[in-house]
Design a protein around this ligand. Structure first.
Ligand code: AMP
Length: 427
């Protein structure tokens, strides 16, 4: 196949070229260069790629090119995405790249009333972008059917499985016409993902871009060993540094996300939290405030932040390390988008020490240790049961342990200068 070096080589129709030019794109990203030619020929595709690689345009552009206008409109394209935010973003991509075409799309997700979504469907659309739950709901109510689907995209399949959508996805796939073009994207590969892909695709082309280590290489990563009780103070100190202009903070739980946001606001750092218990409106508002710079700090759980495309995040801070090492890669990938570099700070308490070991194994590198006022040798050297979270206790019974006293002195060495000296230790 001839080498693709510019959008011209992809031979897209003028309406799409115009939209791309308007976006200021000049060169296709690797996944676009590798996928678009085959997709334009009608082939199925399995793509191993994370968000940030340009994968949305890699499927939206060829689908728009291959769809034909028919009236009355029928749903010809279905895209399934794991979260509302991602679905909304894909919908936005159809608007942007399809600006000079006449197709209509709608986005369908739960958490808001179905009225407007049903109304949009009844007016007729060519493209539906949906999360699985609400889509099935509407299918069961006979508000839409999938009989005329010609193009089907399953995006972020690994996250779909993580979120327990497998049965919903299978139900949707069972309703699709056999004659169709199917596209399957996942950031990671596993036997389960492979089985799902095989059940969906016919003789697909395989495209893999930016293996995890390559994306991670662009990001400056540091670990801060500290006690659980010092994390909030450490965070405050970090955020008071001026170059932390746009910071996405991750926690493992919704409760912790709220607590961190409340703590920061109390200390005059405006911050918002997004997680599954927030309404769609609250989430949209928080993301928009963050994007426009109204707030510089957003606290999120893994699922809420998944797939959100926010440019110019200067720092990702893992207030808590994820228990799945793959999530670390997803999290820090929020910074260093589209070839720029970024910084990721990870707080690691003793009980997270094993999580860090698993992460370092996955990314095949040791994360540099930052020297700081709240450094804890105990956390750094934790092994055995001390290096794991304590077993969960039943609710309401003595789950607050005394040794995690919050009244630890602020500074161990009383040094009032820059608490994050450039001096870094390598292990
Ligand atoms: P995605 O991986 O689809 O979430 O895309 C990540 C970001 O890359 C989005 O903000 C796109 O607007 C941007 N993008 C997609 N394709 C290109 C391209 N060829 N050149 C520059 N930016 C792009």
């Amino acid at each position: 196949m001839e080498e693709i070096t510019s959008f011209k080589d992809l031979k897209l129709m003028p309406a799409l070229e115009r939209a791309i030019t308007k976006q200021g794109y000049t060169i296709p990203t690797p996944i676009q260069a590798k996928s678009i030619p085959g997709l334009l020929l009608g082939k199925d595709l399995i793509g191993i790629a994370q968000t940030g690689t340009g994968k949305t345009a890699a499927f939206v552009l060829p689908i728009l090119q291959r769809m034909t206008e028919k009236y009355p409109r029928t749903i010809k394209t279905l895209v399934l995405a794991p979260t509302r935010e991602l679905a909304a973003q894909i919908g936005e991509s159809f608007s942007v790249y399809g600006e000079f075409l006449k197709f209509k799309h709608t986005v369908i997700f739960g958490g808001i009333s179905q009225g407007r979504q049903v109304q949009a469907l009844s007016k007729g659309v060519d493209i539906v972008v949906a999360t699985p739950g609400r889509l099935l709901d509407l299918m069961n109510q006979r508000k839409l059917n999938l009989n005329s689907i010609e193009f089907f995209v399953l995006d972020e399949a690994d996250r779909m499985l993580d979120m327990g959508f497998i049965h919903d996805i299978k139900k949707v796939i069972a309703k699709l016409p056999h004659k169709r073009q199917s596209l399957f994207f996942s950031a990671t590969m596993s036997p389960q993902i492979n089985t799902l892909a095989k059940s969906l695709l016919k003789n697909p082309i395989h495209v893999e871009v930016t293996p995890q280590a390559t994306t991670v290489e662009l990001i400056k990563q540091y670990v801060f060993f500290t006690d659980q009780s010092s994390k909030e103070k450490l965070l405050l100190e970090l955020l008071r540094q001026k170059h932390l202009t746009s910071v996405l903070i991750f926690t493992r739980t919704k409760h912790r996300a709220n607590k961190v946001a409340v703590y920061l606001n109390k200390h005059n750092i405006p911050a918002d939290a997004i997680h599954g218990n927030k309404s769609q409106n609250q989430r949209t508002k928080a993301i928009s405030n963050f994007k426009t710079g109204k707030i510089n700090v957003l606290v999120a759980t893994d699922i809420a932040a998944r797939g959100i495309d926010i440019k110019n995040i200067s720092h990702v801070i893992n207030f808590e390390l994820p228990n799945e090492p793959e999530s670390y890669v997803h999290r820090i990938g929020r910074t260093a988008r589209a070839g720029t570099d970024g910084t990721a700070f990870s707080f690691c308490a003793a009980e997270e020490r094993n999580f860090l070991r698993d992460i370092e194994k996955l990314i095949k590198q040791e994360i540099e240790v930052m020297d700081h006022t709240f450094h804890s040798e105990t956390a750094k050297n934790a092994v055995g049961t001390a290096a794991k979270p304590p077993p969960r206790k039943s609710f309401g019974r003595g789950s607050r342990s005394k040794h995690k006293s919050a009244s630890r002195p602020f500074s161990r060495n009383g040094n009032s200068g820059n608490k994050f000296k450039n001096k870094r230790k390598r292990r």
